[in-house]
Design a protein around this ligand. Structure first.
Ligand SMILES: Cc1cc2nc3c(=O)[nH]c(=O)nc-3n(C[C@H](O)[C@H](O)[C@H](O)COP(=O)(O)OP(=O)(O)OC[C@H]3O[C@@H](n4cnc5c(N)ncnc54)[C@H](O)[C@@H]3O)c2cc1C
Length: 419
């Protein structure tokens, strides 16, 4: 399925950038450094914040436009593609949908000038069971005080805009639900929220240029003006905020698919180049069938992801449909791992070395069944939708969390959860 309304100039711009990014990708990986040069070029091309409405300085691009861009960039540089996801989907989508005018203005300005927002949900004891988060935001005069620790926060240390999920407490310390709090950290402009610390960085298998950080909040003050209030209030805050996150899932699935599409291209090249038994290895039927299977997996993923990007949730939601997003990301992330692994196989020993980008792509793509909702959790959501039943992962999290707390922890079975 090509773009339904003809040639897409965002996609063309992304193809041009991807050609420049491809030779640099190995360097970010080896040096484990953030790709600031690419970010500058993405911002100059208008792709950072392209989904931001025109009235706030963006391009007003659709999520469908964004996934076309992500695919092109991911073929060349997974790291840069993840940045495009987060500069257009997820945290920034939540701000642009639920924020005040001032929040939208200031957040959009940061992203448009090249910031990749950080979304801070996961905690050491609350991964898939995200609603079990312990970070609290306690009501005080003029705002809230944040306390807690988040880990695996993509961009921690390089991101300026942070959307921090926390359990909201009233003055009496009673839980009101889950909310999101906007924090801006910009040391170059002397903005270091007091009590906000970056504790360390993970050493990862792939996506090595992207910092995955542990963050601590010690009595960090967030003024009322920076509270991102979910439309249905804190008691359903988690559900609203995770709806915005559906877009991020479509984006992350598209990165995985784009990496697989890039690996497929490399495999096609090598099948023609490499000769054994006196002929190109492309002539061996075993490898031809492998290639055809790889192509089918990439194509099926692409269709599902584009369909999800075009979809919307119920009741006028501006975000992709939850079930379609979950189905597409779970499928695309799993098959992408297989496609890149098969591409590596086609390269033989060469694929196992850093002479070819396949080795890096293989490490990079492994992440996508984990981050942003594991494949298992997403499939549980899909099954829940198919069967019309509530699963432990359904998003009415807080309602049941409250019920459990009120009953002394005995009345509600299973973890409250969402990746
Ligand atoms: C590279 C990377 C970047 C990330 N970036 C961010 C970020 O920017 N912000 C952020 O907030 N988080 C981020 N995360 C965290 C990510 O969202 C979590 O890792 C994910 O939600 C899973 O949590 P966990 O790792 O604690 O696994 P766990 O929840 O401990 O799960 C362990 C295993 O059990 C399975 N499992 C758990 N519960 C169930 C169940 N009910 N049914 C079936 N299987 C189950 C899981 O699928 C998994 O296989 C990132 C993670 C990675 C790897």
């Amino acid at each position: 399925m090509e773009h339904p309304i003809g040639p897409n100039h965002f996609q063309e711009a992304a193809r041009e950038l991807a050609a420049a990014f491809a030779p640099r990708a190995a360097e970010w990986d080896r040096a484990r450094t953030y790709c600031w040069v690419n970010v500058r070029e993405l911002a100059d091309a208008g792709l950072m914040g392209m989904s931001i409405p025109k009235e706030f300085g963006g391009k007003g691009a659709s999520y469908h436009d964004v996934v076309l861009v992500i695919e092109e960039i991911a073929k060349a540089c997974t790291l840069s593609a993840r940045i495009v996801v987060e500069a257009n989907m997820g945290g920034i989508s939540a701000v642009m949908a639920y924020g005040t005018e001032a929040q939208k203005q200031s957040s959009a300005a940061l992203v448009l000038e090249g910031d990749k927002p950080a979304i801070c949900i996961t905690e050491p004891e609350a991964g898939s069971a995200a609603t079990e988060m312990k970070t609290t935001a306690r009501r005080v005069a003029g705002g809230y005080r944040l306390n807690g620790t988040k880990h695996w926060i993509t961009g921690g240390g390089v991101s300026k805009l942070h959307v921090v999920f926390a359990r909201v407490l009233n003055e009496a310390g009673e839980v009101e639900g889950i909310g999101a709090f906007i924090l801006v950290r910009d040391p170059d402009r002397g903005l270091e929220p007091e009590g906000f610390r970056i504790l360390g960085r993970e050493h990862t298998l792939g996506l090595c240029g992207m910092p995955e950080a542990e963050l601590a909040f010690e009595d960090v003050f967030v003024e009322d003006a920076m509270v991102l209030t979910p439309p249905s209030g804190f008691h359903r805050g988690f559900a609203d905020l995770m709806d915005a996150y559906n877009s991020q899932r479509v984006g992350a699935g598209t990165v995985a698919m784009g990496v697989a599409a890039g690996a497929l291209d490399h495999a096609k090249r090598y099948l023609r180049e490499r000769h054994q038994f006196g002929r190109p290895i492309a002539e061996f039927q075993g490898l031809q069938w492998m290639l055809a299977d790889m192509d089918a997996k990439v194509h099926a993923s692409r269709l599902m992801l584009r369909e999800a990007a075009l979809s919307r949730g119920p009741n006028g939601s501006p975000f992709p449909n939850m079930m379609m997003a979950a189905r597409a990301k779970a499928f695309a992330s799993e098959v992408a791992i297989k496609v890149v692994s098969d591409a590596l196989q086609i390269f033989g020993a060469r694929g196992y070395s850093d002479k070819e980008p396949i080795e890096r792509m293989y490490r990079d793509v492994r992440m996508f069944t984990i981050g942003g909702g594991t494949a298992q959790i997403l499939k549980t959501q899909v099954a829940g939708s198919l069967l019309g039943i509530k699963t432990p992962q359904s998003r009415d999290g807080y309602t049941r969390l409250a019920a459990r707390a009120e009953s002394g922890g005995t009345s509600v079975a299973g973890p409250e959860s969402e990746p």
